[in-house]
Design a protein around this ligand. Structure first.
Ligand code: IVH
Length: 668
């Protein structure tokens, strides 16, 4: 290939690759295969290396990154990178609107945008080429991260069209989509590397990596939200943004113009519900005035513009100190680490503890003793720790250790292949497991015996009850001797135990606490094996033949009934006259189980779509309503459930339930 053919080929490949990049990363509408793209890229890299005189910093090949490590140099911002006035309250958004209306004449427009939770960058373009990319830094100066930003496919190296200003700056957020974040953490886990706590940290960490070929391997994206320059195509924000879209930048599809406060609130409410469905994390909404002449009129405070405000959704997040970690033993022997927190007020309730789930989660969060952590309440209302405030960590502190022995009975813990939790194998002797099983047996949805946890413990300590079977051999005198019981209340409890003898077979089956046998599976099994004997004698193949019963459940059942103490419980139940079989009339499908109950749905869910939930409510005799009022019976809250709905439900004492709770209600 001679020099001029090489040049021609290089230019052609560059042009085509720019186009394919745009189609793939900005328009999400590729026209060639990944393989074909790679082939073109390889060819370009090969010819460029043979003819270094045609080097061009905005060649698509520059996105592959280089292996040269270097310190970041600092660069001053021509226009300071300001922050936004943040608020968590709708009242303050209304006050912002009022302030605007007082100052400017009517007929103005707002632009509502999502507030992306990533890392801010400023991109400087000269002559249509990406010249420099700088982080926010202290707002005045930031790190020059050009090499790394060049690897981000949605950042155009060369602009499209010809109507861009000779020089301008465009600002946006660098993000790692949730999916890419999860993949990255999976890979890091395999290599035993430390894990990122959330996509934002991962994006920030990635942008600061010295080796840009590592950066190129991570699927960062950049969504732009502000164009700055001396000469811009329009004197308004929205129109410039749309124009930037034409130049090849990724702009947010969710951005909307609004002219009334009501429309702004509608935007806020909509994304409060649906932001969980977006591929990347957002933590609020930014409301900006559209017209630049109004920006000039309103001006800036020392740090923030007066023409914009950010409404943040994360009102349900708080920072607090972690005092210690305790380890709970569940009825199955599963160990759950629980953080003991400095009490903190969160969404109207005081939070003292938060689940850390398992050892992996503790590693991901990398919590050190005494750390300040962020606690969040999701739709499932159980508070969780979502991150650590690294700035407030004592540098001498050490990571919190996971345990290797059962905290209750000191038996060495075991890890079951494919499960995240550790287990204590001392099933028959480990106290919290024994107590947990009895408490589960008496619980409302199981045998509905009106017995408090404290009573279970007292009966156990007096050696009157060591397993669920023993409950049926108690007499009123045994109970009357316990603290808090008199003759009448003990008789009542005995009656409650007696009443439970005739519950449907599937309820007893659920109450037995067989691993992986929840209410739904218990119903299916009870229908297929209408007595305890039939179930105990069922072959593995017969078990897995039942709809919804897989190998894991079948093994759980076989394992349960292979253990002598469990068979002894069945004997005790049988001898006490507890019904261990289905009756002729036993209906397995109660259809009007939610009769007349009113439900409000908020947020997004994993197992069901919102429409499916509505259908299921209707099918089981319930009613779906849209607003919380005192007539509502349950709020089914999913991810990103509306804080105002959650708050109102709490005020009115309406139970807030998860999709799993709901599913259990209808035995789905
Ligand atoms: S505009 C002067 N729009 O929020 C106004 N910022 O607290 C400059 N952010 O550092 C910001 N999404 O990193 C704007 N749609 C959006 C945004 C956004 C996220 C971040 C940005 C900035 C911070 C401001």
């Amino acid at each position: 290939m001679d020099k001029s053919t090489a040049k021609e080929r290089i230019l052609k490949l560059r042009e085509e690759l720019h186009e394919h990049n745009h189609r793939y990363y900005v328009m999400a509408d590729p026209v060639i295969s990944d393989k074909e793209y790679d082939r073109m890229m390889q060819e370009l890299i090969r010819i460029e290396s043979e003819y270094p005189e045609f080097y061009d910093p905005s060649s698509p090949s520059q996105r592959v990154g280089s292996d040269i490590s270097r310190e970041f140099s600092q660069s001053s911002h021509k226009y300071p990178m300001l922050s936004l006035e943040n608020t968590y309250s709708r009242e303050e958004v209304a006050a912002f609107d009022k302030r605007i209306r007082k100052t400017v004449s009517s007929g103005f427009e707002y632009v509502c945008e999502l507030k992306f939770d990533g890392v801010a960058v400023s991109l400087i373009y000269e002559g249509g080429m990406l010249h420099r990319a700088v982080t926010r830094g202290d707002g005045e100066r930031g790190d020059d991260v050009t090499a790394n930003v060049k690897t981000i496919r949605s950042v155009p190296l060369k602009l499209r069209g010809g109507d861009y200003p000779q020089e301008f700056e465009i600002r946006g957020e660098v993000l790692l989509p949730r999916e890419g974040f999860e993949k990255l953490n999976r890979e890091r886990k395999e290599r035993s590397e430390s894990l990122f706590a959330n996509p934002r940290n991962a994006a920030a960490g990635t942008l600061k990596i010295q080796n840009s070929s590592t950066v190129a391997g991570r699927p960062l994206e950049c969504i732009v939200y502000r164009v700055l320059g001396e000469v811009l195509p329009y004197d308004s924000h929205y129109e410039n943004l749309m124009k930037a879209g034409e130049w090849g930048f990724r702009i947010s599809e969710q951005t909307r113009k609004c002219s009334t406060l009501q429309e702004v609130f509608d935007f806020i409410d909509h994304w409060d519900l649906y932001r969980a469905e977006l591929p990347y994390e957002t933590d609020g909404v930014v409301i900006k005035l559209n017209d630049f002449s109004l920006h000039r009129q309103l001006g800036y405070t020392a740090k923030t513009p007066r023409w914009a405000i950010a409404y943040k959704y994360s009102a349900e997040r708080a920072a607090t100190r972690i005092n210690s970690v305790g380890f709970q033993v569940g009825r199955t022997g599963a160990i759950t680490p629980v953080a003991n927190l400095e009490p903190v007020l969160l969404a109207g309730t005081t939070v003292r503890r938060a689940s850390l789930h398992n050892e992996d989660q503790m590693k991901i969060l990398d919590i050190h003793a005494g750390d300040t952590v962020f606690v969040e309440k999701g739709g499932d209302i159980i508070p969780k720790i979502v991150g650590v405030d690294g700035d407030r960590r004592d540098p001498r502190s050490t990571p919190l250790e996971y345990i290797d022995k059962c905290p209750a009975c000191a038996t060495p813990l075991e890890k079951i292949e494919g499960e995240a939790k550790h287990y204590c194998p001392a099933i028959d002797t480990c106290e919290p497991q024994i107590l947990g099983r009895i408490e589960h047996f008496v619980s409302r949805r199981a045998m509905n015996i009106n017995m408090a946890g404290a009573t279970v413990r007292r009966l156990f300590y007096r050696q009157l009850v060591r397993d669920a079977g023993d409950l049926y051999y108690l007499n009123a005198d045994d109970i009357a001797g316990l603290e808090g019981f008199a003759k009448k209340s003990s008789e009542k409890l005995i009656r409650s135990i007696e009443d439970s003898k005739n519950l449907p077979w599937h309820r007893l089956l659920y109450a037995l606490g067989i691993r992986f046998v929840g209410e739904t599976v218990a119903r299916k099994l009870a229908a297929a094996f209408p007595s305890a004997d039939k179930l105990i004698n069922a072959e593995w193949e017969e078990l897995v033949a039942v709809n919804e019963v897989g190998g894991k459940i079948a093994s759980g059942i076989k394992n349960h009934f292979s253990r002598q103490p469990n068979l002894a419980i069945i004997e005790k139940l049988k001898n006490a006259g507890v019904s261990l079989q289905a009756r002729e009339s036993e209906e397995t499908d109660a259809d009007n189980i939610l009769e007349g109950r009113k439900f409000v749905i908020s947020g997004t869910f994993e197992r069901f779509s919102r429409d499916q939930l509505k259908t299921l409510i209707g099918q089981h005799g319930g009613v779906n309503v849209s607003a919380i009022s005192s007539n509502v019976d349950f709020l089914v809250a999913g991810d990103g459930a509306g804080p105002s709905k959650l708050k109102k439900a709490r005020e009115l004492n309406i139970p807030v339930i998860s999709e799993n709770d709901f599913s259990e209600m209808i035995n789905h």
